[in-house]
Design a protein around this ligand. Sequence first.
Ligand code: C2E
Ligand code: CA
Ligand code: CA
Ligand code: CA
Length: 258
Amino acid sequence: MRNEKYMFMIRRGIEEGQIRPNYQPLMSGCGKVYGFEVLVRWPHPEQGTIPPNKFIPFAEEEGFVDEIDRYVCEYACREMKQLMDALGQKFILSVNVSAKHIVKGHYVEELKATLERTGFPADLLAVEITESSLVINLKEAAQVIEQLRELGIQVWVDDFGTIYSSLNYLRNLPLDTIKLDGSFVKNIHDGFVDRTICETIIKLAHDLDLKVVSEGIEYEEQFTTLKAMGCEYFQGYHFQKPMSLDEVKQYITTVKVL
Ligand code: C2E
Ligand code: CA
Ligand code: CA
Ligand code: CA
């Protein structure tokens, strides 16, 4: 498909409300819900569900992923604020944002405006920085992150260990949490190397006063191993797949919230 046509299709998907958030729980070590990660979904009326790995990288390349991220973030903040009010409970909401987007300018102002419009509390929001390009200006990114933290917003780094500049991020960015990439978790019982990588990343994070979320947990043994290594939070199909808001409403009545 031609690029302009695909871009048009995505923008129409947003305007018509086809594109919307799903939510996957983030669990504590004691099995309570700590929060939810927002994952975009596109159930296309003709083409079936289009996965984010198909259209997010395209939008990043074409330079308009910020339109999707803003829309998804606002949508999720609005839905989750209403849900929290209805339940009288609080939980963390983590949203994905590409590293390129945060240094594009006006990111902090826009996010602040989103929080004001939706009433979602800044101190319950976490921004998961995912890498979109190899080169970002770390100095500039550090300034933006500093401003986010002043507002009470947490900053996490996604896919830790696989992204090109993982260690550079730790050296230069004032982060709160790292997300240990699911590819290490997947093979944690298959051999010495991945197990050692998990252990070492968790220790490194703790030495730097950062918390760790392990993602992609599919089996109980992966959970118990990572918990024994000191990891704080956990996410994966073993606990729950990403859900629509209606499914979350059902799910939340069956679990305890941290
Ligand atoms: P990610 O941020 O690393 O998200 C985790 C991905 O792993 C999600 O795929 C999730 O559904 C999947 N997952 C969760 N638990 C398990 C598990 O136990 N096993 C396995 N094999 N997979 C699991 P999804 O939803 O297809 O999203 C793919 C990627 O697309 C995300 O990776 C993220 O980088 C990007 N993405 C999703 N939503 C957004 C968004 O709103 N904005 C941006 N910029 N990127 C997004
Ligand atoms: Ca993520
Ligand atoms: Ca990830
Ligand atoms: Ca990823």
